[in-house]
Design a binder for this molecule. Structure first.
Ligand SMILES: NC(=O)c1ccc[n+]([C@@H]2O[C@H](COP(=O)([O-])OP(=O)(O)OC[C@H]3O[C@@H](n4cnc5c(N)ncnc54)[C@H](O)[C@@H]3O)[C@@H](O)[C@H]2O)c1
Length: 247
């Protein structure tokens, strides 16, 4: 996959899956914009630049239309265009439904779902003008199968699939593809909170027998962001070691 000359924004890419996606797209030749709310994400941009690929860090909260619009304007002013958007930023606030607070619900819906709408709306103007664009949304298998204790998170991730299909249908004639990747159980700081016992139980349910790595997700994203995936839109691709195969 060759992304030379492409400009790619990865939200929430200071660490974890987003960082691996940014590194993979940079390796494939794209200029990368690292976005995050955490200042520490600047180090990720520096790492990529040191590895010989141009990279820019823009701090912005993806829940804020104003901050996102300013970020996109800055990218277009700097690079002249924006070809690839990966909506990756996400959080979890797990709680059983009976005890979940409005704050826990709103936080997860805003960061994981509303942000995808805000960022997508902001880039479409430029992608339509270019008559080219690749949008890859990071959903989750729990958006398909649900998960106890994650009513907020699974609703957001299911919503992302709805956004993916709707925008794909709106934008097909402009050569903008919109797809989702649904990771299964991936080893990152988000999943480090879980006990070894829970991780072991998950591994036993995964047909491939092991937890995924951020790079496994990044490889799928790079494919969907490439010209090789030009005839794929409105789809979701599970990167889950077969966990929900046949669901
Ligand atoms: N780890 C998994 O097993 C797994 C499985 C399925 C889906 N996912 C999804 O993959 C994505 C990345 O997950 P991860 O495990 O790397 O998480 P992570 O917590 O390691 O990284 C998430 C990043 O998003 C950033 N972020 C949070 N709120 C933000 C905001 N408002 N604006 C901008 N940036 C913000 C964080 O600072 C952090 O750098 C998320 O959407 C997550 O839901 C993860």
């Amino acid at each position: 996959m060759n992304l030379t000359g492409k400009v790619a924004l990865v939200t929430g890419s200071g660490r974890g899956i987003g960082k691996a996606i940014a590194q993979k797209l940079a390796e494939a030749g794209a200029s990368i914009i690292i976005n995050d709310v955490a200042d520490s994400a600047e180090a990720t941009a520096q790492e990529i630049t040191t590895a010989g690929k141009p990279s820019l860090f823009i701090k912005a909260n993806v829940c804020s239309s104003a901050e996102v619009n300013t970020m996109i304007e800055k990218i277009v002013a700097t690079y002249g265009k924006l070809d690839i958007l990966v909506n990756n930023a996400g959080i979890s606030r797990d709680q059983i439904t009976l005890r979940m607070t409005d704050e826990e619900w709103d936080a997860v819906i805003n960061v994981n779902l509303k942000s995808v709408f805000i960022c997508t709306r902001a880039v479409l103007k430029y992608m339509m003008r270019q008559r080219y664009g690749r949008i890859v949304n990071i959903s989750s298998i729990v958006g398909i199968i649900g998960n106890p204790g994650q009513v907020n998170y699974s609703a957001a991730k299911a919503g992302i699939i709805g956004i993916t299909r709707s925008v794909a249908k709106e934008m097909g004639s402009r050569h903008i593809t919109v797809n989702a990747v649904c990771p299964g159980f991936i080893e990152t700081e988000m999943t480090q909170k879980l006990s070894e016992k829970v991780k072991e139980e998950y591994s036993q349910r995964i047909p491939l027998g092991f937890l995924g790595s951020p790079k496994d997700v990044a490889d799928a994203v790079a494919f969907l962001a490439s010209d090789e995936a030009r005839y794929i839109t409105g789809q979701y691709l599970c990167v889950d070691g077969g966990l929900i195969a046949g669901w």
